[in-house]
Design a protein around this ligand. Structure first.
Ligand code: MN
Length: 417
């Protein structure tokens, strides 16, 4: 993490991890804040590590215009990690979770939550998996962990079937490329650390943990080793998700800590729930899927999940239109490419999809609702949309705001010679 860390704001005053740091991160939402002095804790905190699309693209060695082809190339050319014997992340051992400056973010949160942690686990058949999981500090040696029904859930279910705990390691303080890779939806069996290596153009150095049979990035700031306890579920939540509203309380697994290792002088990474960085790590890794889906039906130029749509519920796609019908076909494909997306706007390639004013301009001057809309009723959308019906049932809308090919001259943008 520290090689990518830019301290836009250095906060020297003592701050409390209970609400105060979250408020400062919200007020500085597009800047990295480095808290030097955390009340009751020796470990400094870096928050908003990748606060903008431009910043994370630069940290990964690309640009927002080229992000999708850059990521797709890396996905196709994974670079296996290498194992090292000595690692910075094992320079010292911490006593318990109370030594970490874990933030309590919002009023109704269940307690202090680790939101920047990547959980790594291994399955005898599928190999390694790395993924983001929010973790609630229950006491000095137990974390409540939200495990959505994806790969870690499958690993844990299989371990439980064998009557065993699942050994895991939660890593905090990683390079943005490693975080991005862990947030990317590789198929089951794909190694997110090999994707991280491909993005970095350098294999990720991994080290074996001290108490569990798991390898972790050697450069991590902090590593929490432990196991998910079989047959144990406890209340987890409320916790704020990307829309800035509260996610519900569920029965979820418990991570029992066996050891915490760290660098000699670790930095804790704080990630504000619903903040820009949360949305970036959730939304950006979905964009290549949208791009690929649209690419099957039209000549796609770029695709994104827009900031106003929480980088999750709204998409914008630009295409090189070749025939009438391309716009609506692209809209339909985009909605299928990212099933959580509720509204998508398709525009011509002269429109900058990262500029909300340009998207609205296309809507204002190139769109007729009766002709250029598809409405998909009663389908499963995002559980994060508070307006959705029971079971996340929603109505999706695709908008074709591209120029009509038979009247191109009427769209001519006036120029001053
Ligand atoms: Mn995976």
């Amino acid at each position: 993490m520290r090689s990518a860390l830019e301290k836009d704001v250095v906060w020297e005053e003592p701050v409390s991890p209970r609400f105060e740091m979250a408020r400062i991160l919200l007020e500085n939402r597009d800047r990295t804040v480095f808290f030097e002095n955390v009340e009751g804790c020796d470990i400094p905190v870096a928050g908003n590590l990748s606060p903008t699309r431009e910043r994370i693209c630069a940290q990964m060695g690309t640009t927002k215009e080229d992000l999708i082809p850059f990521v797709l190339r890396a996905v196709e050319n994974p670079l296996e990690p290498v194992i090292v014997e000595e690692a910075p992340c094992q320079e010292r051992t911490l006593k318990d979770l109370n030594e970490l400056p874990v933030l309590t973010h919002f009023e109704k949160d269940a307690g202090p939550y680790i939101a920047s942690g990547i959980v790594i686990a291994e399955d005898p058949e599928y190999g390694r998996n790395a993924s983001f999981h929010r973790m609630l500090v229950r006491d000095g040696s137990h974390l409540g962990i939200r495990v959505v029904e994806r790969h870690l859930h499958q690993f844990f279910t299989r371990a439980e079937g064998r009557g065993e705990p699942l050994e895991v390691a939660a890593c905090i303080g990683l390079h943005p490329a490693v975080l991005f890779a862990a947030a990317y939806s590789l198929p089951l069996g794909g190694d997110e650390m090999a994707l991280a290596g491909a993005i970095l153009k350098k294999p990720v150095e991994m080290v074996r943990c001290k108490t569990v049979d798991v390898e972790v990035p050697a450069a991590a700031e902090i590593v929490i080793e432990g196991r998910l306890l079989p047959g144990v579920r406890e209340d987890e939540g409320p916790f704020v998700d990307i829309t800035g509203t509260y996610d519900i309380v569920r029965k979820q697994p418990v991570l029992e800590v066996t050891r915490i290792t760290a660098r000699r002088d670790p930095i804790y990474h704080a990630l504000l729930p619903s903040g820009a960085e949360h949305r970036i790590y959730m939304g950006l890794p979905q964009e290549p899927r949208i791009y690929a889906a649209v690419g099957k039906v039209a000549k796609v130029k770029n695709a994104c999940l827009t900031e106003g749509g929480c980088n999750w519920l709204h998409g914008a796609v630009s295409i090189h239109k070749e025939k009438e019908g391309d716009g609506l076909a692209a809209a339909k494909a985009a909605l299928e490419g990212h099933p959580s997306m509720k509204h998508v706007i398709v525009v011509d390639e002269d429109i900058d999809i990262f500029d909300p004013a340009q998207l609205e301009f296309a809507l204002a001057t190139r769109f007729q609702a009766d002709r250029d809309t598809i409405v998909v009723k009663g389908v499963k959308g995002s559980s994060l949309d508070p307006s959705a019906a029971e079971g996340a049932v929603t109505t999706k809308v695709g908008i074709d705001a591209t120029k009509r090919l038979d009247r191109l001259d009427s769209y001519e943008a006036a120029r001053i010679p």
